[in-house]
Design a protein around this ligand. Structure first.
Ligand SMILES: NC(=O)c1ccc[n+]([C@@H]2O[C@H](COP(=O)([O-])OP(=O)(O)OC[C@H]3O[C@@H](n4cnc5c(N)ncnc54)[C@H](OP(=O)(O)O)[C@@H]3O)[C@@H](O)[C@H]2O)c1
Length: 234
């Protein structure tokens, strides 16, 4: 990054799981909106470095990888952190639930956003927006999560319910630092995770998520909304 690139940008956004799906879509959308984008990817093509879209290596399931990214970005302000990386895990019912699968999903979907947020807190505190966005799911809502389907995916649902509590708890803890923390549901979207039956195209979800993120204010901290602005009951 040159200093003039930083000065001309609308801000800096770091997105985890930006290799494909909604993470890649958000990276392109923020780039188009004039942001400097740090696209965090497990196996990045480090040759693909553009002036405003920079690829960095991050496996959110690996604490050493999180620490290495924090070291690499030391001293660089980050305005918006989007904890987007996630896995679905076994979608079967109670019969097929395994401890190994459960813990893997919890690590990536619930623990990693906490660890990444903590590691990048100095960057967020020196940013202007001071915003953390946890990409959650309505599937993790205790009130609404089982209304539309009866799929098992215990690990995924429990991980997103835990992530929602992380949003509320981080919002409480980081208020003193002026950091806003949100949970956002992207809708049911045609990605590798959402599958081809999903009603939403990624572009529509990303447009809505971008609008919610750009409009967020400190008074929204600790809230859970859908990409279309609807409040989701916890
Ligand atoms: N699609 C939907 O209908 C839907 C609905 C509700 C919520 N969501 C949420 O929306 C977010 C994006 O989902 P999506 O549909 O775009 O999923 P996706 O197409 O399956 O993409 C998942 C992304 O997460 C990354 N990832 C997984 N494990 C990782 C790890 N250990 N470290 C770093 N990156 C990792 C993947 O990277 P690799 O390419 O390296 O695997 C990929 O970039 C997720 O939080 C998901 O739970 C999606």
């Amino acid at each position: 990054m040159t200093s003039s690139t930083a000065e001309q940008s609308a801000g800096t956004v770091l997105i985890t799981g930006a290799s494909r799906g909604l993470g890649a879509g958000l990276a392109d959308a923020f780039d188009a909106a004039g942001y400097r984008v740090i696209a965090a990817i497990r196996s990045p093509d480090m040759r693909r470095q553009e002036p405003r879209l920079r690829h960095v290596r991050l496996d959110v399931a690996d604490e050493a990888s999180i620490a290495a990214l924090a070291d690499k970005l030391a001293g660089e302000p980050v305005d918006i952190l989007i904890n987007n990386a996630a896995i679905r895990g076994d979608t079967g019912g109670l019969d097929t639930l395994t401890s190994e699968d459960f813990l893997k999903v919890m690590r990536v979907n619930a623990l990693a956003p906490l660890l990444v947020t903590r590691a990048l807190l100095p960057n967020l505190k020196s940013g202007r927006r001071k915003l953390v966005v946890n990409i959650s799911s309505r599937a993790g809502s205790l009130a609404e999560g089982t209304l539309d389907d009866d799929e098992g995916d215990y690990a995924y649902r429990l991980s997103k319910a835990a992530l929602n509590m992380a949003t509320v708890k981080l919002a409480q803890d980081l208020r003193k630092d002026g950091v806003t923390v949100l949970s956002l549901h992207p809708g049911w979207v045609k990605t590798d995770m959402g599958g081809s039956d999903a009603p939403l195209d990624p572009e529509e979800s990303v447009r809505g998520l971008l609008a919610q993120i750009l409009a967020a204010t400190p008074s929204d901290s600790g809230s859970f909304r859908s990409f279309d602005g609807r409040t989701i009951a916890w």
